[in-house]
Design a protein around this ligand. Sequence first.
Ligand SMILES: [Ca+2]
Ligand SMILES: [Ca+2]
Length: 104
Amino acid sequence: MNRFQLLGLTLLAMSPAVFSQTENTSESTQIQASTGPVTVNSSQSSTLPNASDYAVQISDLDKNGDGRLSRREIPATHALTFEFRLVDRNHDGYISATELANWK
Ligand SMILES: [Ca+2]
Ligand SMILES: [Ca+2]
């Protein structure tokens, strides 16, 4: 019983705001394995890309200053993460300023 009670409290604590602020990719995977897809569905709906994500500039996320964005530099919940393959038109693993401009 204690395990179930703990799990319930954990799920209650995971509000959409928490999901959007933390990198929860591995965390949500664990939840999916232990409790089924219900929690995962709610987390997916709460992490849909924000409209403001589409106004991003290279300099906003370019942590190493090389003028392009790698997957590591983009937050897990950012719209660019979901559309990386589409935006990276030459499939070099990086999003350039030109590719980002074409995305908007
Ligand atoms: Ca970079
Ligand atoms: Ca590219």
